[in-house]
Write a protein of this length. Structure first.
Length: 93
């Protein structure tokens, strides 16, 4: 798998968010370079775990949908006459 690449605007927002987190929760602020390096580390080290989990969830969801295709899409054949008879019975009441 290739390294996850963030678009520049998204990366800039993520760096700003890391800096904000450090300002609010840590005793010392973090600079833009350090925040960028920390982001790169997390993307490389933890990103694949998150990616793999998302793929696994997507596979499970797709398998559930595919296994229920008959229930979702099955159409009874040769229903013209039974429906016509049902309409006739309904109209004769």
């Amino acid at each position: 798998m290739t390294i996850i690449e963030l678009p520049k605007p998204v990366r800039a927002q993520a760096i700003t968010s890391i800096q904000h987190y450090f300002e609010e929760n840590m005793s010392e602020p973090i600079g833009e370079l350090a925040a960028g390096l920390l982001l790169s580390f997390f993307i490389e080290e933890i990103g694949p775990v998150i990616y793999n989990h998302a793929i696994s969830e997507a596979q499970t969801r797709l398998q559930q949908r595919v296994s229920d295709l008959n229930g979702e899409l099955y159409a009874d054949a040769f229903q013209y006459w039974p429906r016509l008879d049902a309409r006739k019975r309904k109209n004769s009441r």
